[in-house]
Design a protein around this ligand. Sequence first.
Ligand code: SF4
Ligand code: SF4
Length: 402
Amino acid sequence: MSEKSIVYWASPWELMAFPNSAKNIITNNLVKTKFLLDKILDGFINTGDKVGVKVHVGERYNTRYLRHDYVREVVDAIKAKDGIPTLIETQNLGMDIQHINLSENYSINIMRRKTAAEHEKTAQLHGYSESIVGAPIKFIDGDKGLDGKIIEIDGIHLKEVSVGIGLYEFDKIVAISHFKGHQAAGFGGAMKQLGIGFLSKTGKYRSHFNSDMSINKKRCNISKCSQECIEACPVNAIKIESESAVIDPSICVCCTACLEKCPVKKAINRDFNMDFKNFIERVCDNCAAVINSYGPEKFRYINFAFDVVAQCDCVATPSMPIIPDLGIFGSSDPVAIDKACIDAETNAPGLPIMDQNGQWKEPTPIGIEKFNAINKMVDCSWVFDAAVKNRLGNLDYELIKI
Ligand code: SF4
Ligand code: SF4
């Protein structure tokens, strides 16, 4: 692609609240969101279009996820154009809530985005409910995250990807992302939203792990369990043969529920992909599956670069913000919008961060890419290299300030 893609940008700068100042009103971030939506939704929505608004509602105890007020602006803008908005999401891997005892008298439950029942409660807790943002939420991979459509691709690593089947019920998609760092992907923006956020559990598993789920026959011991794995499996892929569990790989959908329930350590194998460059390339393969099977012209992207922390919203313990707020970005090109955000964070001053001993660390200077400076295991340039190989969009962009 040779022509530059357009990226609209609303700066985060707020004027002081002068009484009766119209200028103050128009610099409010929610109002800026509306102005940005006017640009990117212009001519995009037809009357009666079913519009999926892809969100990430944030993990329990995470306090840096994108606040629902911005989502409400997106929903209202779609309604103003006579579209019919629905928030869409997919389930996390596994099926179980994780219980953590923090002290004798205090415990918390986390990992509550794995089934529709728990995910919806987390969404409501974070304000992502119809009564607050004005649109219902739908899980496009079904109640348990197992409902995928297999899309064949010619990716760098992957040849098929399981995409949440409910995606294809919508006429248009507005993908909202909270721009921030990510432990394995370098950063989270529009491409991470596409390449993981639209997948079924099977698709997510194939991105994060190198082999199918299998039983370690040396460790599996049916005298030490109640065969919880069989009970946990939602597709009856496990049976007992010769005193050991066996997983039928032709039935297994890689949900990891058996692993969560098995009480015997290391009785079930899974091979986590620690090669983060390879992981990022798989995420970009997934992006190609989502975009090309649905239609690139039917997507719009908004990245909110507020509360830019070092980790994904899927963690319960996000860091302090590592840079100041960068504002709101909008585009029809997922590569251009993510590149504009990375360029902006590179050119921003880092913020001082307190380490775990309570000592302040020197901020990362202007001109240094911050996520890589903090997380040496991942290089954000890998994302753009893989995006170009997968022809996901344009690295060259024109930034237009709203
Ligand atoms: S995999 Fe675990 S739960 Fe299943 S039979 Fe073996 S030891 Fe028991
Ligand atoms: S065998 Fe496969 S489908 Fe069944 S619970 Fe385990 S990972 Fe899920």
